[in-house]
Ligand binder design. Sequence first.
Ligand SMILES: [Zn+2]
Length: 125
Amino acid sequence: MDEALARAMEPVLRDIAGTGAPRPTIRDGNWQISSEYPCAMLWGRDGSGMGVSVYLGDAESVRIVAAAENVQQWVIDELWAASRTNWPVCPGHPSTHPLTPTESNGVATWVCPLDRAVVAEIGSL
Ligand SMILES: [Zn+2]
């Protein structure tokens, strides 16, 4: 896999490990738009795949947020069958919504979408 994409995905994969969420099987993508957009595929146990990509022109923190958005969507789809779809869980509103990956002052963070409170740096859950 592309090194920059692997680096961008590392924090959210660490959060998956830290929270016990399902982890995708990651393979190289075959739908790459251009060399500036490295991509990979996230595969679930049921054989459904989802793409993840980052733009190399973005700052590292923005790439981490982009990768986290893609991987979060994959996790939520994967949890759908278990009827537990909010990942990562917002500590202030655990039954309402998941946290949103957001870039803030050069840092990739998990933020509450309701009150915009910064809960954690992506990769530290
Ligand atoms: Zn919240």
